[in-house]
Design a protein around this ligand. Structure first.
Ligand SMILES: *Cc1c(COP(=O)(O)O)cnc(C)c1O
Length: 378
């Protein structure tokens, strides 16, 4: 089945009990058991719920994995995955990792002894140099947030395999429609499903997907033991959002390409970071490992005054935290996604005070460009 068909017919979409085309929201905390000796497939809803099962199966198939796990947020998926490791273990993490991931690693997991080295993951030698005897995993985002840096996933995963360590990829920006890290040799795919997978800015959720049955077992244990599961109503909303993933991604990406090209021509814009522009340093690698550049781009403006005016005066794109919704969203990494990162760390990573991130939604490209133009050239 091709991806588009898989989105509609790939998972368990029809309710086996009634034939309902929309899988019911099994709003229950527990399930009655018939026999003391044999419990049914479902016993307690933290351990399993049919609505959640359908969503987990759908996301796992799209990523080409064997098991998927739905969590209460992207951070819950990420943090639960870090539970695979033990005090004294070491991780190599890409340096412009999502701010919340940076925070949970440096403020919480550091407390129980998980060690981390941040590296410029666009440089495979830098990754190799950071690997120690106690290194257990490589943690990557490509394109990264907010600088859209590109890491060669195949090369990184091969390096990790040589050292017998896991490769974990946060695939939030791409979704499996555009990039499938498991096919490139990576071990765990993570998502903030809050973004493109759900796509309608109305649910907070996260996912982990794996191919290896042993890893699936370990993550299944953690999901049930730690308990940061996604509730059935939210699972149902994501099941609905997923059906239009392809058409949303295609349309937003087409518009993002137009907006990126237009921004690159403006004198008030000092640089545009978008893997769909041939001038992007990671263009060749990204084109090889992904099916498109996606719908998120960042750009830098000539001054702070202009940055502030843009964020406050653009009308069609909401000035907000988040991305991946049907509505365009402009965000300001220095005070939003990366506010948790100390100013010196931000500066060292190139996240300046004139950097703006745009997540392109489903508005008409001409309208979005006209809105940006009105503010940039008053
Ligand atoms: C938003 C985001 C997260 C965190 O997800 P939540 O659903 O907000 O907890 C993690 N990684 C990336 C790349 C994100 O954009």
């Amino acid at each position: 089945m091709k991806f588009a068909t898989q989105l509609i017919h790939g998972g368990q979409t029809i309710d086996p009990a009634t034939g309902s085309l929309s899988l019911p929201i099994y709003q229950t905390s527990t399930f009655a058991q018939e026999s003391v000796d044999h419990f049914g497939k479902y016993d307690y809803a933290r351990s399993g719920n049919p609505t959640r099962d359908a969503l987990e199966e759908a996301v796992a198939r799209l990523e080409g994995g064997t098991r998927g796990f739905a969590f209460a947020s992207g951070m819950a998926a990420i943090s639960s995955t870090f539970m695979l490791f033990a005090p004294g273990d070491h991780l190599v993490v890409c340096e412009d990792v999502y701010g919340g991931t940076f925070r949970v690693l440096t403020r919480l997991f550091s407390q129980w002894g998980l060690e981390v080295t941040f590296v410029d993951a666009t440089d495979t030698n830098a990754i190799a140099t950071a690997i120690r005897p106690k290194t257990r995993a490589l943690y990557l985002e490509t394109p990264s947030n907010p600088l859209l840096k590109i890491t060669d996933l195949k090369e990184a995963a091969a390096l990790a395999r040589e050292h017998d360590i896991l490769t974990i990829v946060d695939n939030t920006f791409m979704t499996p429609y555009l990039q499938r890290p498991l096919e490139l040799g990576c071990d765990i795919v993570l998502h903030s499903g809050t973004k493109f997978l759900n796509g309608h800015s109305d649910v907070i959720c996260g996912f982990a997907v794996v191919a290896d049955p042993d890893l699936a077992k370990q993550l299944g244990f953690i999901q049930n033991a730690f308990g940061a599961i996604l509730g059935p109503q939210d699972c149902w909303l994501v099941l609905r959002g997923l059906k239009t993933l392809k058409v949303r991604m295609e349309e937003s990406q087409t518009t993002a390409r137009k907006v990126a090209r237009w921004l690159a021509e403006q004198s008030q814009v000092s640089r545009v970071l978008y893997p769909g522009l041939p001038s992007h340093p990671g263009y060749a690698i990204h084109s090889r490992q992904a099916d498109g550049p996606g719908a998120v781009l960042s750009f830098e403006l000539a001054s702070y005054e202009l940055t502030k005016r843009l964020l406050e005066q653009v009308e069609l794109a909401a000035f907000a935290v988040s991305l991946g919704g049907v509505e365009s969203i402009l965000s300001y990494p220095a005070k939003m996604s990366h506010a948790a990162m100390p100013a010196a760390e931000r500066a060292a990573r190139g996240i300046s005070d004139t950097l703006v991130r745009l997540s392109v939604g489903l508005e008409d490209a001409d309208d979005l460009i006209a809105d940006l133009k009105r503010v940039l050239t008053p």
